[in-house]
Design a protein around this ligand. Sequence first.
Ligand code: PMP
Length: 428
Amino acid sequence: FKQTLHMRRNFIGRSCKLHFEAAPLKIARASRQYLYDDTGQEYLDCINNTSHVGHCHPHVVGAGQEQMAKLCCSSGFLNEQASLYAKHLVSTLPESLCVCFFLSSGSEANDLALRLSAAFTKKKDVVCFDGAYHGNLGTLVEISPVRYKRLGSNHQRKEWVHIAPTPNTFRGKFDANSENPGLLYANELIKVMEKAHRNGREIGAFISEHVISASGMVVPPENYFPMVYRYVREQGGICIADEVQCGLGRCGEQYWGFQLHNVVPDIVTIGKPIGNGYPLAAVITTKEIADSLGDFSSTFGGNPVACAIGKAVLEVIDNEKLVSSAKNVGKCLKDGFKAIQHKHPMMGDVRGVGMLIGVELVMDKENKKPAKEAAEILTYKMKERKIILGVEGTDKNVIVLSPPLCFTTDNARYIVQHFSEVLANIET
Ligand code: PMP
């Protein structure tokens, strides 16, 4: 442990942060929803949404091993695994979204989505949320205000980026009791676009998550997206759904987060969970948009091993009925948190959908001042109880859970009980 930490501190960039920076964990292996440290201690993993169907799922590992022994790289050649996977993947999406591009990370997928949108609409400008995160590449940092803050106050926002308020009914301008918060927030975005038009800019794309994970699992009001999509399209723009966090059945009931809102995007980007931990990402779009791009290649994107793994992940989701499980177990988790909310003065909001849950901690429920320090202490105390939780949100005060989909209702009840005990200690 000490040697690994020493080498990390010396040879890996300090800006690459660890979970629990003050007392890091060295994970030696993992299985299903459990992580094991180098002493064999077991932890319940509530944050690793990348290991979507469970860490090291044997069907996925088998598919990867078999393909790795046969052929790892076939860039530029016909690739049977990529074709099979593309066919299976598009079958989970609405009919119009029928062409895939494969890449290796969510950032690359969002970067390509912006290129596709600019090629198709001939407009470079983009609207995004003030609480968004879409990736770590240069262009994406500009449309990821959550990280943008960390670039420092001298950073000049680029003229092609237009920022709309995150439709957050707990902490935003309009709360859930406002009459029609969806309409009010849609009007805010429309105002941002109108201002851009007045300044001679033309918007090519609106990019958003449909459950906004970077803001701490904010679920926009149900009529928000249909109104925004209509307006963006009337103005000649297209709509991009970043499903890197909320996609592939995590929201329960359906495969994709945008389906919660009855809209069909023009471009969908996916990453994290689709390779169950193996680097794999994709952009899926319409034939017309796909054909607007010139040549494109990615050496590792869509390599046979990644695609064999991606296909195995889809098979496990179907065989083990993980989408309906995400709905049922997620409901148990959220109901569990809701049931203890009245006992805890710091539990400001419980939100999310399926296995994408956020609990926002506040100093008190009247002033809603973000309880950032308490959120951090809580995650460390939960770690002592062998439960790994995350913290998100623009104020880093939202406890987030996005566990592997093999989570059980027993896991959910266990977490809620320990969460309540730990929070009670912090509150006193
Ligand atoms: N979009 C969203 C919503 C994300 O959460 C992330 C990663 N946290 C990304 C894009 C970028 O993905 P990656 O880290 O694989 O580049």
